[in-house]
Design a protein around this ligand. Structure first.
Ligand code: G3P
Ligand code: CA
Length: 268
């Protein structure tokens, strides 16, 4: 029997379905996450926001107008007020060619529901969004992970990865549970750059980095790999870009089109 490589092995290329297969279905909905898995995504990528009453929900923007027909901020509304919103119809309107009646009326999933629905069969790549705005976000996240037994160390390594642009948020998680693999996100202006000292600092708490892909150079990718860090660029949607980045040695990537990435990896 061939043993599968750990999800965290640098030899195991990770196909991360960004907001689900969000190129084909409305982002952060159950249908988008399901499609991500059907199209060969290894991970469901989830952006977290927190409601006024402290519930964690999957949504990229704190501004509701991005995917609903109301304006306002997630933290100003309780979950029951957010539950009634439709986060799928905008997709059908903007992309008539991809429209599907099951998308219209899609509800905002809570993290609790996502874990209940997908269980331990799926892998979760979870981002704490604007954690400064949401005191208690990390504690709430860990509580849910425990409730669903997803921190059980007898499960496969890497079943849950937590990512953030905010180092403090990752450090808080490390403090609460040092066993969870963490990814430090970066949005580099211009070319990606990290000094040896910065890399050493990242290695204290994270297993890798998630940079904006356009900032990357082959030299930078090599430097990160030589430091034994994983590197998962975002958000790569064109086959040509995927091919180049794979060539440079990235260890996975975020994409709205996991099927396109799967094809690139298969044909190499
Ligand atoms: O989490 C990686 C990537 O998704 C970061 O950008 O804005 O799509 O969450 P964003
Ligand atoms: Ca994200």
């Amino acid at each position: 029997e061939v043993e599968e490589l750990s999800l965290l092995s640098p030899e195991r290329f990770l196909n991360i379905a960004h907001r689900g297969a969000s190129g084909y279905a409305p982002e952060h909905t159950i249908p988008a996450y399901e499609l991500g898995e059907e199209l060969a995504g290894d991970y469901i990528e989830i952006d977290l926001q927190m409601t006024k009453d402290g519930e964690l929900i999957a949504m990229h923007d704190s501004d509701l107008s991005h995917t609903t027909d109301v304006s306002g901020d997630v933290q100003e509304l309780n979950l029951n007020e957010i539950r009634v919103l439709d986060v799928g119809s905008w997709f059908n309107e903007i992309y008539p060619d991809l429209a599907n009646p099951v998308f219209s009326g899609a509800k905002v999933p809570t993290l609790d529901e996502i874990f209940t629905y997908f269980g331990k069969e799926s892998n979760y790549y979870i981002e704490t969004k604007t954690p400064n705005k949401y005191p208690g976000m990390e504690e709430a996240l860990l509580q849910l992970l425990r409730k669903h037994d997803l921190l059980n160390t007898s499960l496969r390594e890497g079943i849950v990865i937590i990512q953030s642009f905010h180092k403090e948020s990752l450090l808080k998680i490390q403090q609460l549970d040092s066993s969870i693999p963490l990814i430090q996100l970066f949005n580099f202006k211009g070319k990606a750059k990290l000094s040896d000292a910065q890399i050493a600092e990242i290695k204290e708490y994270a297993v890798g980095i998630g940079p904006n892909f356009k900032s990357l150079t082959p030299k930078f990718v090599k430097k990160i790999r030589d430091a034994d860090l994983l590197i998962h660029p975002y958000t790569v949607n064109e086959g040509k870009d995927m091919e180049r980045l794979v060539e440079w040695g990235v260890t996975g990537m975020f994409t709205n089109y996991p099927d396109v990435l799967e094809k690139v990896l298969r044909e190499r």
